[in-house]
Design a protein around this ligand. Sequence first.
Ligand SMILES: [Zn+2]
Length: 309
Amino acid sequence: MTGAAPAPVTGTRVTEVADGVFAYVQHDGGWWVNTTGFVAGGHQVLAVDACATERRTRALLAAIAATAAKPVRTLVNTHHHGDHTHGNVLFEEATVVGHERCRAGVLADPVLEHTPPVFEPMPEWGSVRKAPPTVTFADQLTVWVDDLEVELRYVGGPAHTDSDIVVWIPQRDVLFTGDLVFNGGTPLLMSGSVTGYLQALRTVRSIGAGTLVPGHGAPCGDEVFAILERYARFVLDAAAQGRAAGLGPLETARELVLGEFAELIDPERIVLNLHRAYADLDGGGELNYPAAFADAVAYNGGRPLRCAV
Ligand SMILES: [Zn+2]
């Protein structure tokens, strides 16, 4: 390999949200730019999610080392999407833990080898390769960071994906939600279910956590749930009305006034979410992702989807 060293990662910050529990927030929280975190014990660290690229994951590892100075023994994946799992392989001393369908999802995901040409700039993955969870579970698993209990809970699904778990630390009142919560971003429901997402939000809200660390955006409280629920209902209503009027997902999206949701990052996800809602109304099944992304680009005025990765 030759060429210039990769550009430094900017716009990241580590926030201690509770004693020994840290959020790692990456600006701007849009496509491929996730929020992760870690739990620092006296002898070991548990990390929650990797990043999308080698460059970003190495910056995360450096931030963990600078903050905790202990080896990462456990890496939990909140779901299979590549912005949370591509960097797994760089956690060399960690056991990777996730839902059993997260493992299947990582193995089946074609994006690393065949990235759809719909992003600007296109992500540069670097040296990452697939490293799915090697410890999997179906419903619930408890992991200990020294004497601190960390509960991994499957929330049922499909919702954001079919492998969504949350990471609950009852003694610290902190919940890592993965992408069940986008704080300031448009929820992405194309690889899950809109109605399932509403159910999952009820489940997550019922945990009653004081502090939420989302999958994208800054830590927050449970006030975030209201707009997520309104958005999911907005998508369901739009899909039902559009379908009744004989319109496809793109045409329906173009007719919509996004209102308060226009302020959320990546508003073009409305098209992808409508594709999911339409497919669910038609009995479910896999989306035609190339067609859905082509519609999202068309909705975006023919421009690729902006990303900061
Ligand atoms: Zn995701």
